[in-house]
Design a protein around this ligand. Structure first.
Ligand code: FAD
Length: 332
């Protein structure tokens, strides 16, 4: 299941969503996540992605989890356009500060498990500026390497930053327009789709999308990355760490007296995300039709957003007799 093929198989403007998870550290965490993924798969994500620790720090956890998912494909109830589909998986892979053998092993094992998609990333800033630490300096080097080693076996995605990429604490580095030259390099090297950094300012995303169409590619699939608002603290921290601005009107929806009320915050957050999705889809006239959720391995907020959003809830698996809550998915 290649993301490129899945994107081509659905009609233009057909909305879809995808989900990002990270590999838990403990056995019980893994089993909880697999159960959560089984339930979330009923929302029919077009694909799911699994993060990779910078420098290969989660190599065995990421690959081990992918192997479990691939071996248990039947446990995930994905209801695709043409009925049942297996869960389509994508492995994140970073390339800096990493020996070539680690990258080679990751790609070989992904192929062995039947994973057909790689999100090719740079990872942390290279330790040395001359590119001698590890074999790669930028994500484009990894895209080229995968193409060279594997041809079209993998569908490749790359990252982009609607407010500009930033390596350190200094947001003045962010220059979205300058980054576009390098985004184009990644697409020209063979990337099939783009997933963006999380953002909350739809206007900024729309400006970014328009510029990508003009300067990078008129047709590449741009999938905005959205982080559901689970708690006010997480919302703030995620925005800060990702150098994403929060529009004043959005912040004003969380007056101080509700900031510690997680249920209320989540409820407002669901409405905000739904409005963002609808605005992006409408204002791009369906050119942007896919939405990638950074789940943080949490289930409730993302499930509610998808269930409440008329653009995204059309493929939700409808249990024949039991309600979604009562359903007993396969247990890991
Ligand atoms: P690049 O595309 O290489 O760009 C990095 C910077 O270098 C940019 O400022 C770019 O403009 C500049 N640049 C690129 N090419 C050149 C060139 N030829 N000459 C000069 N400058 C150049 N990190 C993890 O560790 N694990 C993950 O699983 C992970 N998942 C992510 C998923 C998504 C969707 C996103 C958006 C980010 C993710 N990251 C992850 C973070 C990512 O590794 C960092 O943001 C990293 O700092 C940049 O990665 P990149 O692939 O965008 O790099």
């Amino acid at each position: 299941l290649k993301i490129k093929d899945r994107l081509e198989a659905i009609q233009p403007s057909t909305p879809f969503m995808s989900l990002e998870f990270f590999p838990p550290k403990t056995e019980s965490g893994i089993s909880n996540l697999l159960n959560r993924m089984t339930r979330l798969s009923a929302l029919s994500p077009l694909f799911i992605t699994l993060t990779w620790g910078a420098g290969g720090s989660t190599k065995d956890k990421t690959l081990g989890l992918l192997e479990m998912i691939q071996n248990n494909a039947a446990a995930f109830n994905v209801n695709g356009e043409d009925g049942k589909d297996a869960l389509c998986t994508c492995m994140h892979l970073t390339c800096t500060n990493t020996p070539l053998e680690v990258i080679d092993e990751a790609l070989a094992r992904a192929k062995q498990y039947g994973v057909r998609n790689i999100l090719a990333l740079r990872g942390d800033k290279p330790l040395a500026d001359d590119g001698t630490e590890g074999h790669f300096k930028y994500a484009v080097d990894l895209v080229r390497y995968i193409k060279q080693q594997y041809g079209d076996f993998f569908s490749i995605g790359v990252a982009a930053y609607p407010e500009g990429h930033c390596d350190g604490a200094d947001s003045s580095e962010q220059d979205m327009v300058a980054d576009l030259v390098y985004l184009k390099e990644k697409i020209d090297a063979g990337a099939d789709f783009v997933i963006t950094q999380l953002f909350y300012d739809v206007e900024k995303f729309l400006q970014f999308e328009a510029l990508v169409r003009e300067r990078v590619s008129s047709s590449v699939e741009i999938i905005p990355g959205l982080m559901p608002i689970n708690t006010f603290q997480l919302f703030h921290r995620a925005a800060k760490l990702s150098h994403a601005s929060i529009p004043e009107q959005m912040l004003a929806q969380f007056p101080e007296d509700i900031q510690n009320d997680d249920d209320k915050v989540k409820e407002i957050g669901v409405k905000i995300m739904r409005a963002m999705i609808e605005e992006i889809y409408t204002k791009t006239q369906g050119r942007v039709r896919g939405f990638h959720f950074y789940t943080l391995n949490l289930e409730k907020a993302v499930a509610k957003i998808v269930e409440d959003c008329s653009l995204l809830n059309r493929h939700i698996e409808q249990p024949a007799e039991a309600s979604a809550d009562q359903q007993q998915p396969r247990s890991f």
